[in-house]
Design a protein around this ligand. Structure first.
Ligand SMILES: Nc1nc2c(ncn2[C@@H]2O[C@H](COP(=O)(O)OP(=O)(O)OP(=O)(O)O)[C@@H](O)[C@H]2O)c(=O)[nH]1
Ligand SMILES: [Zn+2]
Length: 202
């Protein structure tokens, strides 16, 4: 397909996780709530097990999308950076959400990517049981493989509710992770620009 004279390419990406069994999740949620002493027989709580099951399905099911790319006809060689992409993920240790913002940047090679797709990739990889380190590296690896950019980098700042709502109880604590590849890793000037433009130097 041609868009403004450019040849567009689309590749469909579906969630890799198996389809959730919502009824089994509802039964398990009911058993968990009962075991915790929660009354699920009231008018208000009768549907809590199915609500809980659906809430987790939502947290763990990313939307499918088309990865649309275009030829880099303008020869854009500088950094393209998107800041503060919000995401919700699930900590694989406590099955509690961790939420934050990702900054994603890349140095285009032969193709440029549709802007919205960077946020869609973050969602695709966040909606599964995760640790922040793996999420950070997976976003970089995913983009590196599919865009063949000259460099790619990700910084994630997140708050883990397993640390803020329970346990050590440190609300406001932010965990910062980063992953860089290609020229963003190897070239000092480009790396500096990434952290300056991404506001990730503090
Ligand atoms: N490295 C890493 N650790 C994480 C992440 N999310 C949660 N954790 C940590 O995983 C660890 C699990 O440790 P455990 O000692 O088994 O769990 P716990 O007894 O509930 O620990 P506390 O949270 O300290 O009460 C905790 O220190 C969590 O803070 C993450 O994304 N990356
Ligand atoms: Zn946790």
């Amino acid at each position: 397909m041609s868009v403004n004279g450019m040849v567009e390419e689309r590749h469909r990406f579906m969630p890799e996780t198996p389809l959730p069994d919502v009824e089994a999740a509802e039964r398990a949620a009911a058993a968990l709530l009962r075991a915790l002493g929660v009354d699920i027989e009231t008018e208000s709580t009768a549907k809590t097990p199915i609500r809980m099951a659906k809430a987790y399905v939502e947290l763990l099911t990313p939307r499918s999308f088309d990865l649309t790319t275009f030829p880099n006809d303008e020869g854009y060689e500088e950094l393209l950076l998107q800041r503060d992409i919000p995401f919700i993920s699930v900590c694989e240790h406590h099955a509690l959400p961790f939420t934050g913002r990702a900054t994603v940047g890349y140095l285009p090679g032969e193709r440029i990517v549709g802007l919205s797709k960077l946020a869609r990739v973050v969602e695709l990889l966040a909606c599964r049981p995760q640790v922040q380190e793996r999420l950070t590296k997976q976003i970089v690896g995913w983009l590196d493989e599919r865009l063949a950019p000259r460099g790619v980098g990700v910084v994630i700042r997140a708050e883990h509710t397993c640390m803020t709502l329970r346990g050590v109880q440190t609300p406001g604590t932010t965990t910062v992770t980063s992953s860089l590849r290609g020229l963003l890793l190897e070239d000092d000037r480009t790396r500096g620009e990434f952290f300056t433009l991404g506001g990730a130097s503090q």
